[in-house]
Write a protein that binds this ligand. Structure first.
Ligand code: TYD
Length: 134
């Protein structure tokens, strides 16, 4: 089974532009409590962590970037380059984000409020926990 699960949101276009709506628990299959976004991204990769208990959907609302997802045994990558495309990232998935375009705006919807204690930032610790869970 692929680690890459994407969502495609409807685009409502008219002569004024495009509108994309995202509804918690509807077009995104979990209720989200938090939205954050990254701008002014550079060539530095980001991420390099997983979460113990957090559902997320990443949407590159402008520009493009690459996500690498890793469950401890499989590693896959996907290029996000459409504002109506969402990437689902579940618990215990190590993620790395790379190759941001200069104009990239990366938005993330998250099922829980920010909690640093939910992060696993050490890859060896992640691998050990993923092995136990798997
Ligand atoms: P971090 O999750 O480490 O970013 P990335 O994985 O993209 O490299 O977050 C960067 C900083 O922002 C870190 O100090 C934690 C803080 N932060 C919040 O305060 N609230 C949030 O919702 C998020 C995602 C991060």
């Amino acid at each position: 089974m692929s680690l890459i699960e994407t969502l495609s949101f409807d685009i409502r276009s008219d002569g004024r532009g495009d509108l994309i709506a995202i509804e918690s628990g509807k077009t995104v299959p979990f209720e989200f409590k938090r939205v954050y976004y990254m701008t002014n991204l550079t060539s530095h990769p980001r991420g390099f962590h997983s979460h113990k208990n957090l559902q997320q959907a990443a949407i590159c609302v402008k520009g493009a970037c690459t996500f690498i997802l890793d469950n401890g045994s499989v590693r896959e990558s996907v290029r996000l380059d459409k504002p109506n495309q969402g990437l689902l990232i579940g618990n215990m998935i190590w993620r790395e984000m790379t190759d941001f375009t200069e104009d990239c705006v990366l938005m993330v919807l998250a099922s829980e409020h920010y909690d640093e204690s939910d992060y696993i930032r050490d890859y060896d610790e992640f691998l050990a926990l993923a092995k136990t869970a798997g």
